[in-house]
Design a protein around this ligand. Structure first.
Ligand code: ATP
Length: 309
């Protein structure tokens, strides 16, 4: 379990993390989301004791991280995969870490195998692709078999197969009962991976809740209806209190599409039936996480592109 309590970090006049409080529980993947510059990496560094907070505190398993005598056995972290020494082999890099953390040499081969780097184990890290460096970073995090894992943008530079592999690995680690905390600025990465979300913007907490509750915040919900009797249906639905708008693309067989909010699909179907209107499409739209994320963080994006003229 990771607990962050009123955590604050200022760099000169800039507040990178602002009175942030949240809890990351075991047995789940918790996504840590925010636009670029929101303060995610700073928060992770504060949790790991790599920087000291201006205020507040963070604990891992109930105690500050630096009071764990052999860090790698308590928390595994992948922060910046590019930071490893390029002149060494993966085996040499992991063996040195294993030695200084009192971890058996056998574990080095195990984790290299687990992340798919067994064949590349003796080659220089300098020759690794970014995706391979990410895998090595994951191997490092897993080395001490820790109950808590933190990953900062782990799929950066990975190909689709690597992304899928990472997603499965994170799910498995959580299913084993570990605490898995995963940061990203991309909502799409969370959709099939995370159970819980912690969302921040400009260093402040925006939401801490389940993925499902977060998606339900989006106002993009509604029902899409296709019919050749669009004018009639629009009048019937508006009379029943719905908001009806034409939906961009035309449907099949000359049917028009309407976006309806304020009435559930079964009620729309019943009203159409009662009024002799044939529907050839009726789809409930679930809000995408991406939409909810964009709406909620719109005010906290650090650099926004100008409107095209
Ligand atoms: N050492 C530092 N000195 C000064 N400012 C810093 C320092 N580290 C981070 N910042 C600032 O703090 C803010 C938060 O940065 P941080 O890297 O934590 O954000 P992030 O959410 O991880 O962003 P990204 O998704 O771009 O990695 C940014 O405005 C950044 O410029």
């Amino acid at each position: 379990m990771i607990e962050v309590n009123e955590l604050t970090k200022r760099y000169g006049g800039k507040t990178a993390v602002d009175q942030l409080s949240f809890t990351v529980r075991p047995g789940q993947v918790t996504g840590f989301l925010g636009p670029n510059g929101a303060g995610k990496s700073t928060t992770l560094r504060l949790i790991l004791g790599l920087e000291s907070p201006t205020g507040g505190a963070a604990t891992v398993g109930g105690v500050p991280f630096h009071s764990h005598p052999r860090g790698l056995r308590h928390v595994g972290a992948l922060l910046d995969a590019g930071q490893v020494h390029g002149g060494r082999s993966a085996t040499a890099h992991l063996s040195a870490l294993a030695r200084s953390n009192g971890i058996s040499r056998r574990r080095v081969d195990e984790v290299l195998h687990q992340v798919g780097l067994a064949e590349a184990a003796t080659g220089r890290i300098g020759g690794f692709s970014l995706g391979m460096k990410q895998r090595l970073g994951v191997a490092t995090a897993l080395l001490g078999d820790p109950p808590v894992l933190m990953f900062d943008e782990p799929v950066n530079g990975m190909d689709p197969e690597g992304v899928l592999w990472m997603r499965r690995l994170l799910r498995r680690l959580a299913a084993e009962g570990r605490t898995v905390f995963l940061s990203s600025h991309l909502m799409s990465e969370m959709e099939n991976t995370a159970d819980q979300l912690v969302v921040i913007g400009r260093g402040r907490l925006i939401a801490a809740e389940s993925v499902r509750d977060f998606a339900a915040r989006s106002t993009g919900l509604g029902v899409v209806v296709g019919t050749r009797q669009a004018a009639e249906l629009t009048a019937v639905l508006r009379a029943a209190g719905a908001l009806v708008e034409p939906e961009g693309s035309a449907g099949s067989a000359g049917a028009e599409k309407l976006a309806v909010t304020g009435l559930p699909a079964d009620r729309i179907a019943a009203l159409a039936f009662e009024n002799g209107i044939l529907l050839n499409e009726l789809t409930t739209r679930t809000a995408s996480l991406e939409e909810a994320f964009m709406e909620l963080t719109a005010d906290s994006v650090e650099y926004q592109a100008g409107q095209p003229r």
